[in-house]
Design a protein around this ligand. Structure first.
Ligand code: PEP
Ligand code: MN
Length: 353
């Protein structure tokens, strides 16, 4: 009789052979110029389904189904006796029923606590970032945001301080014991930026940049993925899938308002996207109240709505002197406004039973 260790060794041997075959298959797929991953793609689904249904030997069919399930990306459905494969999305609750908790320097996002991600729209100087960080730290904020690479609508507007800005942000954040959340705009910026970033933000304008999402999926940094300006919830989830599929499980989704016909707010905060995303994915969902409303008078109301509807955090912009800001001057809170905002949120959270 085989010992348990002997059985395990033989399974390992078979897995190695399988991996070798899967890799060889992938090489052929690449040669055929189909840019799909080894366990993905209609060719694989079609042929496996045909294979299972053609098998009269149910034990072998079971073995194949078991193998495909172990691959993690498929589930089987029986339709009038015919087995079909459904791809199980990595973001879905079917794939992972429990919530993803993203850990950043020992602080968890999505564990039941509520996170504030705050800071200036753009890094302008060390003094400016320091003043904001100092104020935020006193308010208990742990995540310092700030744009060093700014995706501006006009190429004539302030484009950010780039790597120098990132260094400032990281220096101040380390001094204050905060974590850096900042936007990186393309793969070329990644390697230089990585040492200075704790959470990489994907900006709204970049949600559809699939090669970049794939590159982020190959890093081990948490990713804060913003919903595209005109992206549907389905497209938003699939953008997250690009990152997850490359192996990075630490994705935070950020609802930041979508483009509609409405002009009363900068964008339309799609608040119902929050519970939909929480139902349909296991990823933490936060709301950017600044870019969604674009109105300081609505920030606290939008934040309270976000809390009520299940968001695990909010993002908002703060500047020591908003009217002199180099970007988004109208929508950033000054320190007095921040005090009122935090008091309002605090009262709301603690008056809730
Ligand atoms: C930002 O958060 O700095 C920003 C540019 O936001 P968005 O990508 O949502 O427009
Ligand atoms: Mn901004």
């Amino acid at each position: 009789m085989s010992s348990m260790m002997g059985l395990k060794d033989r399974i390992d041997e078979i897995d190695k052979e399988l991996l070798h075959l899967v890799y060889k298959r992938w090489e052929l797929v690449r040669e055929a110029d189909q840019n799909i991953s080894p366990n993905m793609g209609y060719t694989s689904m079609d042929s496996w389904t045909r294979f299972v249904n053609d098998f009269s030997d149910t034990d072998r069919a079971k073995a194949i189904k078991h193998f495909m399930t172990e691959c993690g990306n498929f589930k089987w459905e029986s339709n009038n006796g015919v087995e079909t494969q459904q791809r199980t999305m990595l973001y879905s609750r079917e794939y992972q029923p429990e919530n993803t908790v993203v850990k950043v320097n020992g602080i968890s996002i999505g564990d039941g606590s509520f996170s504030f991600i705050m800071g200036p729209c753009a890094v302008e100087s060390e003094e400016q970032v320091y003043q904001v960080a100092d104020k935020l730290k006193k308010k208990g904020v742990r995540f310092l945001r700030g744009g060093a690479y700014k995706p501006r609508t006009s190429p004539y507007d302030f484009q950010g301080l780039g790597l120098e800005g990132l260094k400032i942000l990281a220096k101040v954040a380390r001094r204050k014991g905060m974590s850096v959340v900042t936007e990186i705009m393309c793969e070329e910026q990644l390697s230089a930026a990585l040492p200075f970033v704790d959470v990489i933000q994907v900006g709204s304008r970049n949600m559809h940049n699939f090669p970049f999402l794939k590159a982020l999926g190959r890093t081990d940094k948490p990713i804060l993925l913003k919903r595209g300006l005109s992206a549907t919830i389905e497209e938003f989830k699939l953008a997250a899938e690009y990152i997850l599929l490359e192996g990075n499980a630490n994705v935070i989704l950020c609802e930041r308002g979508i483009r509609t016909f409405e002009t009363a707010t900068r964008n339309t905060l799609d608040i119902s996207a929050v519970p939909i995303l929480l139902q349909e994915t296991h990823l933490p969902v936060i709301v950017d109240v600044t870019h969604s409303t674009g109105r300081k008078d609505l920030l606290a109301a939008a934040a309270k709505a976000s809390i009520a509807i299940g968001a695990v955090g909010v993002m908002a912009e703060v500047h020591p002197n908003p009217s002199a800001a180099l970007s988004d001057a109208k929508q950033q809170m000054n320190f007095n406004e921040l005090d009122l905002f935090m008091k309002d949120i605090h009262d709301y959270m603690y008056s809730k039973v």
